[in-house]
Design a protein around this ligand. Structure first.
Ligand code: SF4
Length: 397
């Protein structure tokens, strides 16, 4: 596992049981797509997101019926719930009274200073943080006129204004986002903002699109900033099932070494030397391992005996395919040759064995939330994307 990047020093806030900023692990957020007043559907989705690794879940609260649904969603959600509110002081107050763990609200939308004070005071009494969410798509017209378009500077100017509206009332329990659909502007905006405030930052590329484009945009935008130490919590926005957002978020954090959980699958891309169908093998291994409760480990799947053994030996467990059979490695040692049709079975059995060893070592070391990880490398074949897969840990917060 890679070393984590040095993180920017930020002040810490707490969204329910999840600390954000101040050196806390970068948390993953997502947002439900259900109508919030459909409590059952919303809770099902909240639970799905939490199971897949969401630390915090946001729900939209555009109407009174949604606000009325919040007490039960908060009670049964199992993860901190953030209410997304625009304009309405009444809905904001209802959400706070419902016990939400955070608000996403731009005070500038409220216009009336008395309303801002009312919300700030009520949030402070309950220790509820507010995320100021500046978004290129909803930037004030005056700022667009001033800057010509929603530039990074315009976003930061808007954030500065919103922060000021809350600070006027002594409210500093905030995190901030300055999202843009243009990745370069998004990166610039967060860099500028990071120079101005020690408030924790919520990273995201807004309206990133379908997974095909959105995953790349998010990985570049969020990943670049995290690699610079900027960012305390992230949300990947995809035009897709939000569970995909959580999976991509986890993968970004794992790739940067900011999370050490689940398994990392190293698989060769395959080529003319491959001795079997690496794509199929890697996918089969991935699907099987996702269902197993393994400590962090690296698994390698390699398609031939040329480059395969090196990677397979470096992983916790690995396979390098040869003609008709493959060489199984475990913790750097050759375990033996296995026929192609027994490769997956043998690999999984070895993964279980290594997992038991990692757990037992962790107990002996007195480790408490071991972050053992195993690497599985599978390489035998024709073409296979290199991939890392995370098996989300069970959510506790
Ligand atoms: S490891 Fe995979 S990609 Fe590399 S040479 Fe062998 S078959 Fe080709």
């Amino acid at each position: 596992m890679q070393a984590a990047f040095e993180r920017r020093a930020t002040r810490r806030i707490s969204v329910g049981s999840v600390p954000v900023g101040g050196g806390a692990p970068v948390s993953i957020q997502s947002m439900t797509t259900t109508k919030t007043d459909d409590v059952q559907a919303t809770l099902i989705q909240v639970h799905e997101l939490a199971t897949q690794g969401a630390d915090i879940v946001r729900v939209a609260v555009p109407h009174e019926g949604d606000a009325l649904a919040l007490p039960l969603i908060v009670k049964e959600g199992g993860v901190p719930i953030i209410a997304d509110i625009h304009f309405s002081v009444r809905l904001a107050m209802m959400a706070l009274e419902a016990g939400v763990h955070g608000l996403r609200l731009n005070p500038g939308n409220m216009r009336n200073p008395k309303h801002i004070k009312e919300v700030a005071d009520a949030a402070r009494e309950r220790n509820i943080p507010i995320r100021i969410g500046v978004n290129a798509g909803s930037l004030d017209k005056k700022l667009i006129a001033k800057h010509g378009r929603p530039t990074a500077e315009a976003l930061v100017e808007s954030a500065r204004h919103e922060i000021g509206l809350l600070e006027e009332h002594g409210f500093r329990d905030i995190k901030i986002s300055v999202k843009h659909q243009n990745v370069a502007e998004m990166i610039s905006a967060y860099r500028l903002l990071a120079n101005e405030t020690d408030a924790p930052l919520h990273l995201g590329v807004t309206e990133a699109g379908t997974p095909k484009q959105g995953i790349v945009k998010s990985a570049i935008g969020i990943g670049t900033l995290l690699a610079e130490g900027i960012g305390d919590t992230i949300r990947v926005s995809l035009t897709a099932d939000p569970v995909e957002e959580v999976k991509v978020g986890k993968q970004i954090l794992k790739t940067l070494g900011l999370r050490n959980e689940g398994f990392d699958l190293v698989a060769c891309p395959s080529c003319g030397r491959a001795e079997l169908d690496v794509f199929a093998l890697a996918n089969e291994v991935e699907s099987a391992i996702e269902k197993m409760d393994l400590p962090p480990m690296q698994i390698a799947v390699m398609g031939c005996e040329v480059n395969g053994p090196g990677e397979a030996r470096d992983a916790d467990i690995g396979i390098a395919a040869g003609p008709g059979r493959g060489l199984l490695f475990s913790k750097g040692k050759q375990i033996g040759w296995v026929p192609h049709d027994k490769l997956v079975e043998s690999l999984l059995a070895e993964a279980e064995r290594v997992a038991a060893e990692i757990r037992s070592d962790a107990v002996e070391d007195g480790a408490t939330g071991g972050n053992g990880a195993a690497t599985v490398v599978v390489g035998a074949g024709r073409r296979a994307p290199t991939m890392s897969i995370g098996m989300g840990p069970p959510k506790t917060s």
